[in-house]
Design a protein around this ligand. Sequence first.
Ligand SMILES: Cc1cc2nc3c(=O)[nH]c(=O)nc-3n(C[C@H](O)[C@H](O)[C@H](O)COP(=O)(O)OP(=O)(O)OC[C@H]3O[C@@H](n4cnc5c(N)ncnc54)[C@H](O)[C@@H]3O)c2cc1C
Length: 436
Amino acid sequence: MASIIRALRPLSRTPSVRLAGKRLAAGRPVQSAYAFSTTPRRREVDLSELTPTPITLLSETESLMADTVSKFAVEQIGPKVREMDESETMDAKVVEQLFEQGLMGIEVPEEFGGAGMNFTAAIVAIEELARVDPSVSVLVDVHNTLVNTAIMKYGDAKAQRTWLPKLTTGTVGSFCLSEPASGSDAFALQTKAEKTADGYKINGSKMWITNSMEAGIFIVFANIDPSKGYKGITAFIVEKDTPGFSIAKKEKKLGIRASSTCVLNFDDCVIPKSNLLGEEGQGYKYAISVLNEGRIGIAAQMTGLALGAWENAARYVWNDRRQFGELIGNFQGMQHQIAQAYTEIAAARALVYNAARKKEAGQDFVQDAAMAKLYASQVAGRVSSSAVEWMGGMGFVREGIAEKMFRDSKIGAIYEGTSNIQLQTIAKLLQKQYTN
Ligand SMILES: Cc1cc2nc3c(=O)[nH]c(=O)nc-3n(C[C@H](O)[C@H](O)[C@H](O)COP(=O)(O)OP(=O)(O)OC[C@H]3O[C@@H](n4cnc5c(N)ncnc54)[C@H](O)[C@@H]3O)c2cc1C
């Protein structure tokens, strides 16, 4: 299969602003417009002159991204989903294909081997992957929205030249913030970094780190001056083969079992000065900012998951299973539930795309990202649970994807900030707005 990104590049270079209205199989309208892109050339389009359009309208490039990733996911990942889940292992060939397809550097500029596309293109890719396998989706999500973004935003020119070409061509990235004693209270982290003559020495442990088994580059948050509290938190880049760095326990999980989640240890792990990411003491700001964007990715993952679970069950009830002489999807009791679920998926998607577009337009999107993640994970939980029930016994067995999607959905309410933490963010911002 030709690279998805190579196929999209010619289109992404066309500065067209045609407004069209074709419908896609996945139910998304398409438009050819680059108004919301983050690249400098596309900023030449004056946003104020554009008529507002439906939030789910995609540019031609984004919509081609959705179509091609969907095809790739169904054909190449689909047949491996069950086996990867059972063996709790990410297939190395799948990771290789993600790089070949250009899905590991979606927003990274072309000069560093990336596709130079916009944020929504990445969001659409994450969503389409999750429709087939949320584990593969989170691998791509963490790599693109957290790791690549952190280096693009906070790495200096040398750091970008050093790390981005690796991250776009074959080295998976991990984002290491959480620790055994600091989850929701992430900035209470205990990992310490000490300055040495020509670099830093890191000591401590990280927990729950996605992509640990596949990654070669780890962004690690450590405190360089605990007397300053969270203002001592600093971001570093640690390579897998660094002495003193080790991958400890691999977690056995309820869902997204093909995605690796591990404990990492740092025992006098010495890294050169050049592996400092950005500035000392700025790590907490970097983490907050990157996670605010990353949450839109998790919301997209949950929306894709919900749609995948819904479609799987819808096909079954409307084509395969008959009871009382009827397809079970003909019963009104079923139809109303199916319609309600699809409506909720559409609402989740609107929140996700709205948050993504606001980020691209340079508007404040923190509340939108929190609302999208909160709601999309709730919808994923509800829809995947209902989908199991709609399929009866066939939804409960480990043959199709129904029970797997249900298990996978639970993580949406936990990582990159639990649902309570999203609610707290939303409430805090609303309170600020409504306090006299
Ligand atoms: C599969 C998986 C992958 C992950 N990947 C990564 C990764 O790649 N990198 C990384 O750094 N981390 C990762 N995490 C960590 C994840 O971000 C944390 O699990 C999450 O932030 C919650 O922290 P915790 O598990 O310690 O739960 P806790 O913080 O202990 O929370 C437990 C419960 O208490 C509630 N709670 C806590 N504080 C409050 C409060 N102030 N108000 C109301 N309720 C509260 C929570 O909402 C939750 O319901 C991953 C976790 C998992 C499970």
